[in-house]
Design a protein around this ligand. Sequence first.
Ligand code: HEM
Ligand code: HEM
Length: 135
Amino acid sequence: MDRFARNFIVFSIMYLALASLLGVAMLWYPSLMALKFVHSHLNMLGWVSMMIYGVGYHILPRFSGKPLRYPKIGEIQFWTANIGLIGMLVFYTIYIYHPALSYKIISVSFGALEVFSIFLFIYNMLATLLIEQAT
Ligand code: HEM
Ligand code: HEM
């Protein structure tokens, strides 16, 4: 298994742990409901999407009988997806408690990096599955 595929799976499992701890804390302290976006996206972009990236990078090329087209882009996607997610959620949290425009701009910028990482995955997967490669 490629290193970045395995790392996606390992990080995904860590996001599940973090998100579920935050979820149960939100039940206990209703004021933490202000961080519902953090909980839901630790889950949806962290746990769910990263598990899909990791498993997808490993099995989709094998199902189609072709190697992953751009392993280097997979590695870059691992870093951009994680830096984007953590940066977006950390600065969102800071913004909730200190609503200054600068924090909002930084959170949105990391969010844009997250979107970029999503498009790297889309491009790499479609290039692998759809484009015929010389063998
Ligand atoms: C121990 C595990 C978990 C706990 C204690 C928990 C707790 C919560 C709580 C308290 C809320 C806020 C509900 C509200 O607005 O009234 C919430 C929302 C949410 N949770 Fe969890 N959660 C857990 C696991 C998960 C998992 C595994 C996922 C996804 C795979 C998930 C996805 C979501 C989403 C998407 C929302 C937002 C739903 C909405 O806005 O209506 N949660 N969770
Ligand atoms: C860069 C990617 C993404 C960004 C910037 C983003 C942003 C947002 C924002 C701003 C909201 C509204 C939050 C609020 O009402 O306070 C939201 C809600 C939601 N998003 Fe995303 N999202 C992204 C990706 C995803 C993905 C990939 C999924 C599912 C796999 C997802 C699932 C949800 C769900 C279930 C909600 C409603 C629950 C909630 O309010 O937290 N999002 N998202």
